[in-house]
Design a protein around this ligand. Structure first.
Ligand SMILES: Cc1cc2nc3c(=O)[nH]c(=O)nc-3n(C[C@H](O)[C@H](O)[C@H](O)COP(=O)(O)O)c2cc1C
Length: 211
């Protein structure tokens, strides 16, 4: 199936079959798609937490718009972004890039000095907001990869961020939650959206051609 066919196939799944699990092989492909996301300045300023443990998921139900998905889907992915841009974090990724590309040390110093200065003048909140935007790129690639594998997903912003951050101890990792991606296999009997037409603005309205 082409990408467009996969995007037409997928929908925001409302109910999952609790007896069906996503295989480890497929999970790895979905995570790999997210890992390959391009990010601003190549900082890779988001992470994905994979939550399978039912006892932990039970603690995340409160505040979720999709409590049944939280409990019944196969895996819950939590997209979480850096809570702050620090010189150390910026250096760490550029040091890795320099090493893996076998470049001379300091190859990126003039660029990293520039972005350290720019982010140094911004608040932590602005850092997180910028990092959070990058995480959506990973979210979308994960959803597209899942669709190719015929795995159902639900992107979700409807949850209690503080609860997720606390239960998963994200602050310790220098992260804050942005979105969830429930994944698994739809329970067609209860998944009311599965048979509904996909509705989008018509192309003439959506794409604005500047001539
Ligand atoms: C960033 C984002 C957050 C969303 N949050 C939720 C959510 O919390 N709960 C939910 O049921 N659907 C959520 N959705 C699903 C949207 O409502 C859905 O994608 C949209 O209505 C289009 O339908 P489709 O995905 O089936 O094509 C979210 C979608 C996105 C992209």
């Amino acid at each position: 199936m082409s990408l467009i066919e996969n995007l037409n196939w997928r929908h925001a799944t409302k109910a999952y079959d609790p007896t069906k699990k996503v295989s480890e092989e497929d999970l790895q492909k979905i995570l790999e798609a997210a890992r390959l996301a391009p990010t601003s300045s190549g900082l890779q300023q988001f992470r994905v937490l994979v939550v399978e443990n039912p006892a932990i998921r039970a603690q995340l139900v409160d505040g979720s718009l999709n409590p049944e998905c939280m409990v019944e889907c196969s895996h819950v992915l939590v997209f979480a972004a850096w809570n702050e841009y620090t010189p150390e974090r910026i250096d760490a990724i550029y040091d890795r890039t320099t090493e893996e590309r076998d470049l001379p040390q300091g190859r990126f110093n003039s660029y990293t000095d520039k972005i350290k200065e720019m982010y140094g003048n911004q608040s932590k909140e602005a850092h997180f907001n910028h990092a959070a935007k990058q995480s959506y790129i990973g979210l979308v690639l994960a959803m597209a990869q899942a669709a190719e594998l015929k795995i159902d997903t639900t992107p979700a912003e409807g949850f209690d961020n503080k609860r997720i951050d606390d239960v998963l101890e994200l602050e310790k990792r220098g992260l804050k939650s942005v979105t969830l991606l429930y994944m698994g296999y739809s329970d067609k009997q209860r998944d009311w959206l599965s048979t509904m037409k996909k509705v989008r603005n018509p192309m003439e309205e959506f794409a604005i051609r500047i001539k």
